[in-house]
Design a protein around this ligand. Structure first.
Ligand code: NDP
Length: 252
C-alpha cells in the first residue's frame, strides 16, 4: 500500500537535521506517527509543523540522549502520547576525526558518550516498548545508524570508526536475542551523506579528504538513507535486513 507504516509508532533520534530529519518526514509520509528527538527544540518544532502540513502526525521531544534519565522520561512521554514504540531509529551521532597522537581526549569522549552511551540509553529506554509492541502487533524494528567506517579504514577516524564498529556488532547480537520476540534489528551503514555531520570536523586532513570527496562524487542525500529505513520497516515481519550498506555510487 502507499502507507505501509500506517498504525505504527516511530521514534527518530538525531531528528533535528540530516539523516534523522529526512527519515522522520519519510516515515510520516509512509503513515507512521513519529516522535522526533534531538536537542534543538526549534528545529524539531519546525519539522513537526512540516509533517503536520503534509497530513502526518509527529511529536517533538527535546532531549539530550547522553542523559539517561532524560531519555527514560522521553520514552514515557512517547508511550503516553502514541502508545508503545514499534520502530526505533537510533541515529544521533557525532564524528570528530583527528590523529590519535594529538590526544584530543575531549573529542574521544564526546564520540563515545553519544555514539555508544547515548545509543545505549535509547536502547535501554525503548526496548521494553519494542517488545510490548511486537507482542501485540507482530513486529517491531530497531534500526541503529552505524557507518561504512565500521568496516573500512579512513585515516584519523579511529575513535569514530570504533564507536560505529560497536554499533554494528551490538546490532548483530541484539538481532539474535530479540528476533524470537519479533523485534527485528538492523545496522545501517551509510557511506558519505551530505549533512551537518561534517560541520563539526576541525582536523585539516579529514576536512581535505571530505572536500575532495564532495568535488569528485555525488554524495548520498539524507533522503536516500530515509528511503532505506522505510524499506527496512516495510518488509514482511518474517524478513530482517541485518546489515545494510548504502554507498555513494562513486565512493570507493
Ligand atoms: P547531523 O549532524 O546532521 O545529525 C546529527 C543529529 O544528532 C542531529 O539531529 C543532532 O541534533 C543530534 N544530536 C547530536 N548530539 C545529540 C545529543 N547529545 N542528544 C540528542 N541528539 C543529538 O549528521 P547526520 O545526519 O549525518 O548523522 C546521523 C547519523 O548518521 C550519525 O550517527 C552519523 O554518525 C551517521 N552517519 C553519517 C554519515 C554521513 O556521511 N553524514 C555516514 C555514515 C553514518 P541536536 O544538535 O539538535 O541535538
Amino acid at each position: 500500500s502507499a502507507r505501509p507504516l500506517a498504525g505504527r509508532v516511530a521514534v527518530v533520534t538525531g531528528a533535528s537535521s540530516g539523516i534523522g530529519e529526512a527519515t522522520a518526514e519519510h516515515l510520516a509520509g509512509l503513515g507512521a506517527r513519529v516522535a522526533v528527538l534531538a536537542r534543538r527544540a526549534e528545529r524539531l518544532d519546525d519539522l513537526v509543523a512540516r509533517i503536520g502540513k503534509s497530513g502526518g502526525e509527529a511529536l517533538a521531544v527535546a532531549v539530550d540522549v547522553t542523559d539517561g534519565a532524560a531519555v527514560r522520561a522521553a520514552a514515557g512521554r512517547v508511550a503516553a502520547e502514541f502508545g508503545a514504540t514499534d520502530l526505533l531509529f537510533n541515529n544521533a551521532g557525532v564524528m570528530l576525526p583527528g590523529p590519535i597522537e594529538e590526544l584530543a581526549t575531549d573529542d574521544w569522549q564526546r564520540q563515545i558518550d553519544l555514539n555508544i552511551t547515548g545509543l545505549m540509553h535509547v536502547i535501554g529506554a525503548f526496548t521494553p516498548q519494542l517488545i510490548e509492541a511486537a507482542g501485540e502487533r507482530g513486529v517491531a524494528d530497531l534500526v541503529n545508524t552505524s557507518s561504512i567506517a565500521a568496516q573500512n579504514i579512513f585515516p584519523h577516524f579511529a575513535v569514530y570508526s570504533a564507536t560505529k564498529a560497536y554499533v554494528t556488532h551490538l546490532s548483530r547480537h541484539l538481532r539474535v536475542e530479540l528476533g524470537p520476540k519479533h523485534v527485528r534489528v538492523s545496522a545501517l551503514e551509510p557511506g558519505i551523506v551530505g549533512t551537518e555531520l561534517q560541520n563539526h570536523v576541525t582536523d585539516e586532513g579529514a576536512l581535505a579528504w571530505l572536500e575532495s570527496a564532495k568535488e569528485t562524487m555525488e554524495l548520498l542525500t539524507p533522503e536516500d538513507v530515509a528511503r532505506t529505513v522505510g524499506f527496512i520497516a516495510s518488509l514482511p515481519a518474517r524478513a530482517n535486513l541485518q546489515q545494510v550498506t548504502i554507498m555513494p555510487t562513486a565512493q570507493p
